[in-house]
Ligand binder design. Structure first.
Ligand code: FAD
Length: 289
């Protein structure tokens, strides 16, 4: 299914993010975890591309495993380290795997990267235009309720976001956030900027306090005091941290649905039990049977 049609059928969607194996020997365990996540029957599962050390070569294969469970896959694709040939090779592989949806991203600069050097793609919107010209995919893009780390102002970030959407993006998925008011403020400003496509709220159930340090430094996401206290209290008790992190995410989701978001996209970190807990506890809230 092309995701651009999903919100014609549904008021609010539930989707999960999974990532490919970091090394070849992890393939089987990741494939099993992702299949288990897909069996929860979310509206779609997205599969990252080379993020956090994942192997980009496996994205089409893991996305196919999702679709083999009867669930739509959204394959992430980044362009910052690729030339046109490589992108066309990736698009051919996705098409061959039966994937119809791509989250078109710039990607983070690798270490030692010269951002001024000439290249085929400078921003995600360049990739969006390339895939539109290639044809056959519904496209999503990333957005940042608290602003992208490289951008000087949130207003400027929104101007570039509008350009990206106008290049051919059908829906947006947000960076994780822990304070829903950041999303509401962003949605208000995005609509004022003329961005009308569905915006899916990215929610991270934090199950491990140490994972937060790297994530926060990369994303520029702020932590509300209420959540900081949870991390401080439970960081040395993994079971309690996991329970508290999932409950915090569930509370965020209830509030988001009550305030009319069109979708919640959960960063599952390949943990089927976390995804299952949220899907089951919020089945009525999300209108799932
Ligand atoms: P862009 O939309 O290109 O924006 C990047 C920056 O450039 C912003 O500051 C923007 O304001 C600015 N900009 C855009 N257009 C212009 C312009 N015309 N002129 C001047 N400035 C401009 N990374 C991975 O490696 N793999 C993944 O699978 C992955 N998945 C992600 C999923 C989500 C939902 C999110 C939110 C992020 C993901 N990322 C992933 C991280 C992402 O690649 C980085 O955040 C990256 O730094 C920016 O990517 P982008 O697509 O948002 O870039």
């Amino acid at each position: 299914m092309k995701l651009k049609d999903l919100w014609k059928e549904k008021d609010v969607t539930l989707s999960f993010e999974a990532f490919p194996p970091k090394k070849d020997s992890d393939f089987v365990s990741v494939a099993l975890a992702v299949a288990e996540i897909a069996r929860l029957k979310p509206d779609f599962v997205s599969v990252t591309y080379g993020a956090g050390g994942g192997t980009s070569a496996y994205t089409p294969q893991i996305a196919k495993i999702v679709q083999d469970q009867g669930v739509t896959a959204l394959a992430h694709l980044t362009c910052v380290s690729s030339d046109r040939n490589r992108i066309h090779h990736e698009l051919d592989a996705l098409r061959a795997a039966g994937i119809e949806n791509i989250l078109a991203l710039r990607g983070d600069y690798p270490e030692g990267y010269d951002p001024t050097a000439p290249r085929d793609y400078r921003y995600a919107q360049d990739l969006v235009k390339e895939i539109r010209a290639y044809g056959g995919f519904s496209l999503g893009g990333a957005c940042y309720p608290e602003g992208h780390v490289e951008c000087h102002s949130q207003a400027e970030d929104l101007v570039h976001l509008r350009e990206k959407v106008e290049s051919g993006v059908d829906f947006l998925v947000t960076q994780m956030f822990f304070d829903n008011s950041a999303l509401y403020s962003f949605l208000y400003r995005a609509r004022q900027e003329g961005i009308t496509v569905p915006v899916l709220a990215g929610i991270m159930p934090v199950t491990n306090a140490s994972q937060m340090t790297r994530i926060l430094s990369l994303s520029g996401t702020t932590l509300p005091n209420r959540f900081r206290m949870i991390l401080d209290k439970f960081r040395d008790r993994p079971d309690a941290m996991k329970q508290a992190g999932v409950v915090y995410a569930a509370e965020q989701m209830v509030d988001l649905v009550a305030n009319g978001v069109q979708g919640v996209h959960v960063y599952t970190m390949n943990k089927p039990d976390v995804a299952a807990g949220l899907a089951e506890h919020l089945s009525k809230v999300l209108g799932r049977t």
